[in-house]
Ligand binder design. Structure first.
Ligand code: NAD
Ligand code: DAU
Length: 340
């Protein structure tokens, strides 16, 4: 199988490429990535010299670039996206561009090149908050922030290509991933690296929101299952059912790195913060997928990776990250300071 993986220099894409190449000696993978602030070729050092792997620096919104990488490709797995909810609240435009228009460019090129499969990586956030039962794939969508609305737009478009043109699209909706190589803006690497540096952990609101903390390798094996055994036109949820409150996640991290709970600072909540996500993954389980990590094991595996790999994350916490951090947290931390 010749795969085009887009966004393969990011967190999940790089874990997927490594896993897929390990499991499929005969595969060939082209990784098309724009290398935004979240793309990092360090994530793929161990495969970069493998003759089965090719890297192309480019934007999925650029039709010429996309046409250039399509010849000979059997399937696309589209991970490329703007992915951080807080950034989407501050500046949504880039999300609409990559997460909707970029999908359109890939679909058009893929249709012309007669692909066998197109996997659109989506998110459980498109369902909106789940306050009781986990959502099955046919539940109504209720995206509530610019990131999730853009992701919903991208997957609606992808599914329309199946219905209108018979283009073999599969959509996956993954839960909150944790594990190695996640950019330190996301909560688990942010809290772990802040704790290691003795910095506060800015917990939004009371911290009683819940996420389904699914190990990235479980998400990747779910994507591979959908790619290989899924039906075109179908949607597959990928969540391990690992619900944990954010406050408990923060305490778990602090305990693991031997720091006091006093580092937790309750700050002003995220605007439109979805309280809880929950998805029913039995459709994918029926294809043979099974997660290997529970919530604690998934989070601790991530934390231990950051403890062992300061050379990976320390350089990332300067420059662009510092500017984002100041904008996102400075006022929040000062307000919290004044009210205590
Ligand atoms: P990430 O932010 O770590 O990486 C995104 C990658 O896409 C980066 O390498 C970036 O350079 C690349 N990229 C961005 N815009 C691009 C463009 N226009 N053209 C080419 N490349 C571009 O993201 P992630 O956390 O690895 O998420 C990957 C995918 O999985 C996304 O589609 C995301 O919506 C989805 N997802 C993420 C999670 C999660 O918890 N992180 C959960 C469910 C679904
Ligand atoms: O559920 C899937 C989604 O998971 C993916 O589609 C997104 O790309 C991914 O970023 C993630 O979104 P979340 O918004 O759930 O992830 P984040 O790490 O930003 O936040 C997780 C929880 O932690 C959420 O309830 C908000 C809270 N949080 C987050 C940050 C960054 C804090 O309390 N403080 C913080 O500083």
């Amino acid at each position: 199988m010749k795969l085009l993986v887009t966004g393969g220099a990011g967190f999940i894409g790089s874990n997927f490429i490594r896993m897929y190449m390990g499991d499929h000696p005969d595969c060939e993978i082209t990784n098309l990535d724009k290398l935004t602030y979240a793309g990092n070729l360090e994530n793929l050092r161990d495969v970069e010299n493998d003759p089965r792997y090719h890297f192309v620096h480019g934007d999925i919104c650029d039709r010429e670039v996309v046409d250039g990488v399509m010849p000979g490709i059997d399937a696309v797995v589209n991970f490329a996206a703007e992915t951080h909810v807080d950034r989407s609240i501050g500046d949504p435009e880039g999300f609409l561009r990559t997460d909707i228009f970029g999908v359109h460019v890939l679909l058009e090129a893929g249709r012309e090149h007669g692909l066998d499969r197109f996997v659109q990586i989506s998110t459980d956030e498109v369902y909106g908050p789940a306050l009781s039962e986990p959502f099955p794939e046919d539940a109504a969508l209720n995206p509530r922030n610019p990131y999730s609305a853009s992701k919903a737009g991208g997957e609606y478009l992808a599914r329309s290509y199946f219905i209108t043109y018979g283009f073999p699209v599969i959509v996956t909706r993954g839960a909150n991933n944790v594990g190695p190589n996640q950019y330190p803006e996301k909560v688990v690497p942010l809290f772990t690296t802040n704790a290691l540096e003795g910095e506060p952990l800015p917990l939004y609101g009371k911290g009683d929101q819940e996420r389904d903390y699914t190990h990235v390798l479980d998400h990747c094996s779910g994507v591979a299952t959908a790619l290989e055994r899924g039906e075109p036109g179908e949607i597959y949820n990928i969540g391990a059912g690992n619900h944990m409150k954010n406050i408990d996640m923060a305490r778990l991290i602090l305990k693991e790195v031997g720091k006091s709970d006093d580092l937790i600072v309750h700050v002003r909540d995220r605007e439109g913060h979805d309280f809880r996500y929950a998805i029913d993954s039995s459709k994918l389980e029926a294809l043979g997928w099974k997660p290997a990590y529970d919530a604690e094991a998934a989070i601790l595996d991530a934390v231990r990776w950051y403890v062992a790999n300061p050379d990976w994350w320390k350089p990332l916490k300067s420059g662009d990250f510092r500017k984002f951090y100041e904008k996102q947290y400075r006022a929040r931390l000062e307000e919290a300071d004044q009210s205590s």
